[in-house]
Write a protein that binds this ligand. Structure first.
Ligand code: BDR
Ligand code: CA
Length: 323
């Protein structure tokens, strides 16, 4: 089972991903080694408290380790991007990051170690074993690369939700949120010599769930299903103008599912760069799609361009119904 360090900006679809990961842990299909949070949808301290809330709701003990057995450490990470101002996405995720559901304080507390240091320490402790799943801005991963130049050789795989290629952006015409929130950090991640799977809007947008799926979730009367239905209610309202009908794009969960079921995706292998200077295009992901010989010497990234949508939706729903 993959050992996953999850770096996120919890956030509604990040919260859905935590629930999905908790179901994998329950089924013995993944280990959740640690979580780190980053600015993005919300500030990283709120993101960490939200992470604790969601993991606790799913029955996964999390926070500062105590005497009562293993817990998932949750570290707070970068509060701002490397080279620009910070922006949150409260219109999409609510002022509490969880659709204004105002959950009570979690029982656990975040650990003192910063998220980037946690990545480096755990990578050193288990060389070649850790999968980094990143579904927020890439500031923590970029900072970890700056802390330890050998990091790429210590990581099994990096799976990132972010970017947009043939699909329009969701912040500017071409830029997707996770990359746009810290373009410098994202470019450091794509420049490093480690195996990357990138899951852009091209792959996530077609997975949008609509009323039938949401009703199937709402029909299930358990605390976790009710919580998921409530946060998605807020998210689906926010998404209606974009999708032109009620629905929700649970971007981050697709990236998580591709770790345990890579065959669910369709991929191309291309070097990826981030536009850092463009007046209209800063924060845009750019791939070299020309036929060979490729001029870009960067290690190609495995970019998901599509997925088995029905299987994704069916798996995610059944994962939520296991609680
Ligand atoms: C990404 O941006 C965030 O708002 C979501 O959580 C997701 O990670 C989609 O562009
Ligand atoms: Ca996210």
């Amino acid at each position: 089972a993959p050992k996953i360090l999850y770096d996120c900006d919890t956030g509604i679809d990040d919260a859905m991903t935590l629930l999905y990961l908790a179901s994998l842990v329950q089924a013995g299909q993944a280990e959740l080694t640690a979580v780190g949070t980053v600015h993005g949808n919300i500030d990283p301290m709120t993101g960490a408290l939200n992470t604790l809330r969601v993991l606790e709701a799913a029955g996964v003990p999390a926070g500062e380790p105590g005497p009562g057995g293993p817990v998932v450490p949750v570290a707070v990470g970068a509060a701002r991007p490397m080279a620009q101002d910070v922006h949150y996405a409260l219109d999409w995720h609510g002022t509490d990051g969880l659709g204004d559901t105002r959950l009570p304080e979690p029982a656990g507390r975040p650990v003192a170690e910063p998220a980037a240091a946690q990545i480096v320490r755990l990578a050193r402790a288990m060389p070649g074993e850790l999968t980094l799943l990143a579904t927020g801005p890439l500031t923590n991963l970029g900072s970890a690369l700056l802390l330890d130049g050998e990091l790429p050789s210590l990581i099994r795989e990096v799976v990132v939700m972010g970017g947009a290629f043939d699909h329009p952006g969701n912040i500017t015409t071409h830029a997707e949120a996770n990359i746009w929130h810290d373009p410098e950090a994202a470019d450091l991640v794509f420049a490093a010599d480690w195996p990357i799977v990138l899951v852009p809007l091209d792959a996530t947008h077609p997975t949008a769930v609509h009323d039938d799926w949401l009703d199937g979730l709402a029909a299930h009367d358990t605390p976790v299903a009710r919580f998921a239905a409530n946060i998605l209610e807020f998210y689906a309202d926010a998404y209606t103008p974009t999708l032109k009908r009620r629905g929700a794009v649970i971007h981050d969960a697709l990236a998580a599912m591709l770790i345990v079921d890579p065959d669910l995706g369709e991929y191309v292998q291309r070097p990826v760069r981030v536009e850092l200077r463009g007046e209209l295009t800063r924060g845009t992901t750019v791939w070299d799609a020309r036929s060979l010989p490729a001029e870009d010497t960067r290690r190609p990234v495995k970019v998901a361009v599509g997925s088995d949508v029905a299987r994704f939706q069916e798996r995610l729903l059944s994962a939520l119904l296991t609680f």
